[in-house]
Design a protein around this ligand. Structure first.
Ligand code: NAP
Length: 270
């Protein structure tokens, strides 16, 4: 049955999902809510008209609440320190200390290295690398106190070193640098907090049809057969956000192989 199970495996857990006004973040928020988590979603777009792209935080929480789930939103720009601090404070005030943090938000520019502007480089590093790091710093004290917590960082195969034959016009070097840093951060933090019962993992989506991907025109005749259902990513994140922190931590996983390994078919999203 498709729906929200208030007595699901995440009952009583508080989840914070960034970049959840649309795309993969929205799907992850819905999947966690389906298991009974109280979900706080965040992004810059709260209401219609605030972005050129479809999707708002309001839509995401309406989708969850319409099915009987618990959700709230905090509008925040992850490129600013004050917003990141306010985000965790307001999420905690809404539902209690964060048990599950999903660092999903990303801003991406595809520009060759030679002409990549410093301002855009700094923004990508701030949102994709420093924000996950800082948000982790903000939630770790309460996780440590509870001796329990889950952090899932959303990476990309772009973080893997390119191999020949080279795609010389890609412009994805800085994107790859951000994701490589995020992955190394993940495994490093997993090792630092292992004794505190906190799991830190990566899910690396393949190509998924989202508003962000549409902006960059990444789905075309050559790539269309590689498109993955968004539910695969949401399911894989849910599994890493609920696994045993003693055995399921420090992993850099692709959604489909992880689900195969666990013998799980993705649930249909509400
Ligand atoms: P998307 O459609 O572009 O959505 C990105 C989300 O990040 C939006 O909710 C956006 O919300 C938020 N965001 C961007 N800048 C922000 C900022 N400064 N502060 C707060 N929130 C911000 O992206 P997606 O395709 O769903 O991708 C989600 C994640 O998966 C990203 O980490 C991406 O790198 C990764 N990924 C995606 C694919 C794919 O094929 N889709 C493949 C590999 C990896 P606002 O604009 O409302 O702020």
């Amino acid at each position: 049955m498709v729906g929200i199970n208030p007595d699901g495996t995440l009952r009583g857990k508080v989840a914070l999902v960034t970049g959840a006004s649309r795309g993969i973040g929205e799907a992850i928020a819905v999947r966690l809510a389906m298991e009974g988590a109280k979900v706080v979603v965040s992004a810059r777009t709260a209401e219609a008209g605030e972005s050129k792209l479809p999707g708002t935080l309001h839509d995401t929480i309406d989708r969850i609440r319409a099915m009987g789930g618990q959700a709230a939103f905090v509008k925040a720009d992850l490129s600013t320190e004050a917003d990141r601090e306010r985000l965790v404070a307001e999420a905690t005030a809404a539902f209690g200390a964060v048990d599950i943090l999903v660092n999903n938000a990303a801003v991406t520019f595809f520009i060759p290295v030679e002409t990549f502007p410093k301002k855009r480089f700094d923004l990508m590093m701030e949102v994709q690398v420093w924000a996950p790091f800082h948000l982790s710093q903000l939630v770790l004290p309460s996780m440590r106190e509870k001796k329990s917590g889950w952090i899932v960082n959303i990476s990309s195969p772009a973080g893997i070193h390119p191999k020949q034959p080279y795609n010389r016009r890609g412009g994805g070097t800085v994107y790859g640098m951000c994701k490589a840093a995020l992955e190394r951060f993940t495994t490093g933090l997993a090792s630092e907090v292992y004794d505190d019962g906190i799991a830190v993992n990566v899910i690396s989506p393949g190509l998924v049809d989202t508003p962000g991907v549409a902006v960059h025109g990444l789905i075309n005749e050559q790539t269309k057969d590689r498109v993955q259902p968004i539910g695969f990513i949401a399911e894989a994140v849910y599994r890493l956000a609920s696994g045993d922190p003693k055995t399921m931590t420090g992993r850099v996983d692709y959604a489909e192989p992880l689900l195969k390994e666990l013998g799980i078919a993705p649930a249909e999203l509400v």
